[in-house]
Write a protein that binds this ligand. Structure first.
Ligand code: SF4
Length: 338
């Protein structure tokens, strides 16, 4: 039974998308995962993960000294293979310094010179599938979408936290629609969430999800839609708690950001708004029912793999021209299609 180490220290969404690879490897043997402190929560209660090893690469484990300390710790379990789900030289050096004999990663990664097996980066596949292909079945295609669908497992703590958060809501039967207005990158933040919220609020109760940094966006939504119709969950739940909350919603409207992938993991009907990025990058929704809303025919799209902080052309038409009417129609159609 091979023992595998998956190294994923990228963004939160990437950690979510890596869970399909972890499940694939867990069919063959034990799997440990190296993750950032922020992402470790996402792997709680996941029976496919034997141990989650936290790598605080920007804090306590910063620098070469921190990397070598962790590498020394990783030598003891004697892993058969490391899967470089995140392709930096630092992750590759970590696996090499840990003396893991097989080091598997993408042929486009910065750290590829330290890999022992290169896997073609399938640019035309969803990133969850690309990661899944790092596992044993390189020439296969997933037999069902569920094989690559991310997996998250909220437990009693997360259910309790969401029960407490929603305890004060009126028991009037109104269904919950989640709004995720945040993003690390400025140009990915669709500007019309308050307009959308004002129109959705008579029909559905709204819950705003995100980090504490998204609280001002939630406040603007509550002002537009009425605070009695909006539950602000920003900064009030763990990532896994947010996944549990999303599982209780009839739909989510989200930018191209981490909540989109949380929703995919919980198979929540998803309206995904793409501006400077495009779904063809491989980070679109994986929920069974999902809709992508974007501005077609804009020659500057996509302009960046992540989305710049400000529009380099200053007009930001990829988001400004994506009106609330279109998103409202898409959201209501998705909810009605249940
Ligand atoms: S350059 Fe185009 S795609 Fe990029 S942010 Fe501006 S409008 Fe959007």
């Amino acid at each position: 039974m091979p023992t595998s180490l998956v190294i994923q220290t990228s963004f939160l969404g990437d950690t979510v998308l890596t869970t399909g690879l972890v499940a694939e490897l867990a069919r063959l043997g034990a799997v440990d995962v190296v993750a950032t402190p922020a992402a470790a929560d996402l792997l709680a209660n996941n029976a496919d993960v034997r141990e989650c090893i936290v790598y605080d690469k920007r804090g306590a484990d910063a620098g070469i000294g921190g990397m070598l300390r962790l590498a020394s710790r990783l030598r003891r379990p004697r892993y058969d293979a490391a899967y470089l789900a995140q392709g930096s030289w630092r992750s590759a050096a970590l696996a090499a310094a840990a003396r893991i004999p097989r080091r598997v990663g993408f042929d486009t990664s910065a750290g590829r010179l330290l890999y022992t097996e290169l896997v073609r980066y399938a640019a035309d596949r969803h990133h969850a599938e690309r990661l899944w292909l790092l596992g044993a079945r390189r020439d296969a295609s997933p037999s069902t979408p569920d094989e690559i669908r991310p997996r998250l497992f909220p437990g009693p703590a997360e259910r309790g936290a969401v029960d407490a958060l929603t305890a004060g809501l009126p028991r009037d039967g109104a269904s919950l629609v989640a709004l995720a207005p945040g993003s690390v990158w400025g140009t990915k933040r669709w500007p019309y969430y308050p307009d959308l919220a004002a129109r959705l609020a008579p029909l559905h109760r709204l819950v705003v999800v995100g980090s504490a940094a998204d609280a001002p966006l939630a406040a603007a939504i509550a002002r537009a839609a009425g605070s009695d119709r909006v539950l602000d969950a920003t900064g009030r739940l763990s990532l896994l708690g947010t996944a549990e909350l999303l599982a209780r919603c009839v739909a989510i409207v989200t930018n191209d950001s981490a909540p989109l992938h949380l929703a995919s993991a919980m198979n929540v009907p998803t309206v995904a708004l793409f501006g400077p990025t495009v779904p063809a990058f491989g980070f679109g929704p994986l929920s069974t029912r999902s809709t992508i809303v974007e501005v077609d025919g804009l020659p500057c799209r996509p302009c960046d793999p992540h989305g710049p902080e400000v529009c380099p052309l200053r007009h930001w038409k990829c988001m400004v021209n994506l009106g609330a009417d279109r998103v409202l129609d898409a959201t209501l159609a998705l909810i009605r299609s249940a």
